[in-house]
Design a protein around this ligand. Structure first.
Ligand code: MN
Ligand code: MG
Length: 670
């Protein structure tokens, strides 16, 4: 809506309200109705079913497809409210384009909000990622005038979404007031059925209130410190819900950008919804942030198996609760069954239903996209595609994983450098207690031929554009930092070394080097001038890491290290010893891929010497009576040589397996 229209409508609204309130309260006791709460969450600017890094359609994501679920749910539940949980405006190259590359003009609306306006969203909460581009940007694109330092008070109110946005637990330091309206009460016209069976119209007053994770204060410290402060989810709910009730809210819907966690309550906890559900007056919870699906009867996620959590029915301490995954993959649908008690609408919880519906059909196909959305954002979409193909830097060497299993770090070191830099900077700013610990990083070759001979990372020398970052870092992981002892570091490397079969030096028949049961993405290695170690593949698993040294000295098993990795690994992915979530000191909201892009952008010119030569590991030397062999793409031996790997030779240009791989030999004696 244009600013002018908004100004026109605002003064009229109270007049309409006054007219309505003069009507007699006509809903008799015993009337019933069903009101559906439809939830989108963590859309992360995925307007379209498109992957901007791979530059290809990705039908498993995108609000243009969630739109089909919304239309279907609205047909099924004519009384409905469509509510968004936040983490809405950041997370794709499209979002970065509109925030950083060609910042949105004051009279323009973000692509994701345009699509949400088209879908007639009824209300929205605010997530942590809304703060990623700073307060001035957030103030502008939401059509606000934040009263905080760093936002120009003289700037006009800009275009924003056409639905109310609420946030109750983030306050301006300058004014002591909430940054957004803390809550909003929607007068929702519904169709109900009287005790006499007759259909009638009624109104239900639905209060929406939202919460962001208080941890935004460390994640976006550079934007937020000294400008805003947070309050705990529980205290905030206890303060505002009675106020909402006093203003007539018959139902209170908590739009809370967080997951579930039953560790002791703290006002700074990230995922406070277990406690929010216990605040009197919370009728339903739309949750998110942890990018999970709830309800989900078969979930093994510990947070969904807490006491009081019914993962099949979608109840948290009795409160109907939904989390609709991420990126538009699902739509949350809470069917609130309402009964009028003569004074107001109340929820019949026993008859309320909770579901999360996916955009993938039972036959694995996907629901159709709403063509109106692609049309609506065609200009922004095309501009973003051009943007991701624009170089952000260059490299003087080819970065590939064809020989990553035998020591080529050309596609690994730059990832480790970006991760190390990020974690070190974060520790310096936020974790002074760890300032003296060495910061290392682990990364693995994500693409090593498991899906075929073209399944290797391969970024040619020359320009590096944003879409190359997806080749270097395949998964949309987030950066995590863990604290480990020297012994745990060694155990991590031992587990990684299970990538290799045990080689018998006395065997004369060829022996396969790679243990394909241990995927390459679980072959973590360090690339640091400060660290060196050997992998002795003649030894059984668990006894292969030799001569592990830090700054030239054998690593002290008690010494502590901070290690940058990803959420998958830090939370138990790959079953690495000690990596069960308990060692995490930083669960960052930033994607490893994004910080890789930031690193390349800042470095500008990547060189072999600076970004592809710090090889920390090699195989322990061993004389074998027969050949040790492995398979990779044909015609790439020169890449091994360029990477300084001088113990590899080509045996057969076609390994005979019919998949296009060549057979190479590794000479362990060199
Ligand atoms: Mn998110
Ligand atoms: Mg989030």
């Amino acid at each position: 809506m244009s600013t002018a229209l908004r100004l026109l409508i605002l003064p009229i609204a109270p007049v309409l309200l006054a007219a309505c309130s003069t009507l007699p309260a006509s809903t008799p006791a015993g009337s019933t109705a069903t009101l559906a709460l439809l939830e989108t969450t963590d859309l992360h600017a995925n307007v379209l079913s498109y992957d901007y890094y791979k530059l290809q359609d990705e039908p498993s994501i995108g609000l243009e497809r969630t739109a089909a679920l919304i239309a279907q749910a609205r047909a099924e539940f004519p009384n409905n409210l469509l509510l968004d949980n936040g983490d809405t405006i950041q997370g794709t190259a499209l979002a970065d384009y509109q925030a950083l590359v060609k910042p949105l003009a004051c009279d323009q609306t973000l692509a994701i909000y345009k699509a949400m306006n088209l879908l007639k969203v009824d209300g929205g909460g605010i997530g942590n990622h809304e703060f990623n581009y700073g307060l001035a940007f957030l103030s502008q694109v939401t059509g606000n005038q934040f009263d905080v330092d760093s936002v120009d008070a003289a700037k006009p109110r800009c275009a924003g979404p056409q639905f109310p946005q609420v946030l109750a637990n983030v306050y301006s330091v300058k004014s002591g007031k909430p940054l957004f309206a803390p809550y909003h009460i929607i007068d929702k016209q519904i169709t109900a059925v009287g005790a006499d069976g007759k259909t009638m119209t009624s109104t239900v007053k639905v209060g929406i209130i939202s919460f962001a994770p208080p941890t935004i204060m460390s994640w976006d410290k550079r934007w937020l410190e000294g400008r805003v402060y947070t309050q705990g989810v529980r205290e905030t709910a206890e303060k505002f819900i009675p106020e909402m009730r006093a203003k007539g809210a018959e139902l209170v819907v908590a739009i809370s950008h967080g997951g579930l966690d039953n560790s002791p309550y703290s006002p700074t906890m990230e995922n406070g919804n277990y406690y929010l559900s216990q605040v009197p007056g919370v009728d339903a919870m739309l949750i998110g942030h942890s990018h999970q699906l709830f309800p989900n009867a078969t979930s093994t996620v510990p947070q969904f198996n807490l006491p009081g959590v019914d993962k099949a029915r979608g109840l948290v301490n009795g409160v109907p609760t939904v989390m609709a995954n991420l990126w538009g993959k699902h739509l949350g649908v809470i069917g609130l069954r309402l009964r009028h008690d003569g004074k107001q609408w109340v929820i019949d919880k026993a008859q309320t239903t909770v579901e999360a519906r996916g955009i993938q059909n039972a036959d694995k196909s996907y629901v159709q996209a709403d063509p109106a959305i692609a049309k609506l954002v065609a200009t922004e979409h095309a501009a973003t595609i051009a943007y991701v193909q624009t170089p952000v830097g260059s490299t003087d060497f080819r970065m590939s994983t064809y020989f990553a299993d035998v020591g080529d770090i050309s596609a690994i070191e730059v990832v480790n450098q970006a991760q190390t830099g990020y974690l070190a900077a974060y520790v310096k700013a936020n974790l002074p207690q760890y300032a003296n610990l060495p910061v290392l990083s682990m990364s693995s070759p994500f693409k090593s031929g498991s899906a075929g001979v073209s399944d290797f990372t391969d970024v040619k020398a020359g320009n590096v554009a944003l879409n190359n970052a997806a080749d270097l870092y395949l998964y949309p992981n987030a950066l995590y930092g863990v604290k480990m002892t020297g012994a745990e570091l060694k155990a991590w490397l031992e587990h990684s070394a299970q990538r290799f079969n045990t080689i018998d030096p006395n065997q004369t028949a060829p022996q396969e080097l790679i243990n394909t049961a241990h995927p390459s993405y679980n072959f973590d290695t360090i690339t640091s001038k400060d660290v060196s170690y050997e992998i002795d593949v003649t030894q059984p698993p668990g006894q292969r890491i030799k001569r592990l040294a830090y700054q030239g000295k054998a690593v002290d098993m008690q010494q502590q290290f901070l290690i940058a990795t990803n959420n998958y690994r830090a939370s138990g992915g790959g079953n690495f010893p000690g990596l069960d979530g308990s060692k995490t000191v930083l669960a960052s909201p930033d994607n490893n891929r994004d910080l890789l892009i930031a690193y390349v952008t800042q470095e500008k010119q990547l060189t072999r010497a600076k970004n592809g030569a710090a090889r920390s590991w090699r195989f322990a030397r061993a004389a074998t009576k027969g050949p040790v062999v492995f398979h990779t793409a044909p015609n790439v031996l020169a890449l091994a040589q360029a990477a300084g790997i001088d113990n590899v030779t080509l045996l057969k240009a076609d390994d005979g397996a019919g998949k296009g791989f060549a057979l190479y030999q590794l000479d362990l004696s060199k």
